[in-house]
Ligand binder design. Sequence first.
Ligand SMILES: NC(=O)c1ccc[n+]([C@@H]2O[C@H](COP(=O)([O-])OP(=O)(O)OC[C@H]3O[C@@H](n4cnc5c(N)ncnc54)[C@H](OP(=O)(O)O)[C@@H]3O)[C@@H](O)[C@H]2O)c1
Length: 268
Amino acid sequence: MKYRHLILGAGNMARALIPGFIQNSQDCEFLVFTPSGDKAKSFADDFGAIWVKDLEELRNTHIDYLWACFKPQQLKQVALEIDFLTHPYLTIVSLLAGSDAKALTEYLTTDQIIRIMPNTPAQVGLGVNALYKTKTVHQDKWGAFWQAFNTSGINTVFENEDDIDTITPFSGSGPAYFFEIARILIEDMKARGIDGALAHQMVAGTIEGAGRMISKNSDAETLRNNVTSKNGVTYEALESFKESGMEEMFNRAIERAYQRTLELKGSK
Ligand SMILES: NC(=O)c1ccc[n+]([C@@H]2O[C@H](COP(=O)([O-])OP(=O)(O)OC[C@H]3O[C@@H](n4cnc5c(N)ncnc54)[C@H](OP(=O)(O)O)[C@@H]3O)[C@@H](O)[C@H]2O)c1
């Protein structure tokens, strides 16, 4: 066996991001623990990992990678629970939104940190993930990680850790904005007498199709103009958005989310 991974937390994000990684890792062992046990057990059953009922079982076990998939607020507590597991060669793979490499190093006593700002479409192989790694991550450990991780979606390694905070409100929180837009449109269609299942299908298809068109490197403004003829139907909707200050509304929301990222970081 080449490397042993311990996954702490088996919620939505761990389930979105790690199964593909397990599939692409050869000669590795994956252990998974959660306090209540239920999520860890089903994660282990579903993805071929080993369920750890009690962390004490690992007292004499060497761990190579530790995946931090719990909430940022739980870091302090988790650090106390696993202090016997941490060592200077341990590589942390952290999904924690508000914890920077400095805080992770302080609590987990290793400076080998890989941070991922994940994005829920990873569940369907379309994650837009932002990464940062400390320079101290051993080259072979980084190489093995990257080879198994960078197999689907869009993965970008940022040189500057502050960029992770900058992109968090965009790609980390971003899916929620499109889910909310979808919800609003579906509810409106239903209120106008369209069957709910059909409304769902049509809105999802519209968002997916528009996303693919943008992905073809087309300029979003040009694409918008192409569906907007002066004084036409779409024009009216876009004029209404403009009158309601939609662009400023988005800018304000992003700034508020960014400030919250900084607050969470500072509250450790
Ligand atoms: N969801 C997103 O869209 C998103 C986006 C970007 C970043 N993130 C980051 O991803 C991380 C996970 O988010 P999530 O949405 O997957 O959370 P979640 O669904 O609430 O799952 C959290 C998991 O952490 C486990 N946990 C709690 N205390 C623990 C402990 N002491 N030791 C080990 N495991 C513990 C929980 O165990 P139980 O099952 O026993 O409760 C649960 O399985 C967060 O740090 C978040 O900042 C999430």
